[in-house]
Design a protein around this ligand. Sequence first.
Ligand code: PEP
Ligand code: MN
Length: 353
Amino acid sequence: MKLEPIVFEGVDSARPMVIAGPCSAETEEQVLDTAHRLAALGVRIFRAGVWKPRTKPGGFEGGGEPCLGWLQNVRRRTGMYTAVEVANRRHVRAALDAGIDILWIGARTSANPFAVQEIADALRGSDVTVLVKNPVNPDLELWIGALERINNAGIRRLGAIHRGFSEYDKSLYRNAPQWHIPIELHRRIPDLPIFCDPSHMGGRRELIAPLSQEAMDLGFDGLIVEAHCNPDCAWSDKNQQITPESLSLILDRLVIRDTTQTTESLAELRREIDKIDNELLSLLSKRMRISREIGQYKKEHGMPVLQTQRYDEILKKRGAQAAELGLDPDFVTAFLRVLHEESVHVQMKLING
Ligand code: PEP
Ligand code: MN
């Protein structure tokens, strides 16, 4: 991918880049009140949705194009940069005409290659900054595909927003973080800035601080957070919106770790990990060899591969051992299960010739 860094004049590049503002632009007063309070606290980039993708009809779907004028007023009165969600070519044109600085593609849209391609085509020739949220489903290739479509249209200041993935079962989070997915995205496209959206991930005010810290600990480049002048009365996503003042407290308390520093001091520890991994692998290979010998014995004596009692015994004994060693028994059980599965697989192959 051809990328250029996302820089905005007056936005500190040493700190994570913070984009904040309400879920939806509701009224001009709400937009300006929120923006003035955020600006006073040092936030330099304002977000607000004017086209809202609702799961069910009947929710507040945003005031549309006329609200872009409110965002222009935010820029005029506070000097803040502005960001808005776009989901089709009409949105893109209107947002570009209004001089919006950042366009983002929402999670429901990035899951749809037709919609993303339509947006990409509408973006061609513009040099606006674009952020692509992860698709609602945990599909890294679909996310990368969406980023590629936008990049192929000539957009160089491109970033990703990790907002978590929806699950059928209720959990602590509104959208499960599945951190390994953005981590893999970073491994695949190291120059792509990644923002975390703790608001849509947590779905609850009290999860914004811990999720933001987690994102910082994982080296994310920025945060996009929902902030509202009066969260309890918000027309959408009210449980996850916080006041500008609460956001400021959260940001002040974030611990930003020095990446260069930690990489150096970690070198020695990483060498030790490498050594242990080598030992683990050679032990695993030894264990498999013995497992094959057992398979051979079972074959010669007409015994079945699966010996449930023995497996049970292993799980129980090792579980207790694990606890004594300060390991999480659930982790050890899961590990042994995979190991046992592989052993059974190897013996099956051997017995069936
Ligand atoms: C939003 O940012 O308000 C939004 C609709 O988010 P998402 O696309 O992540 O659900
Ligand atoms: Mn929202």
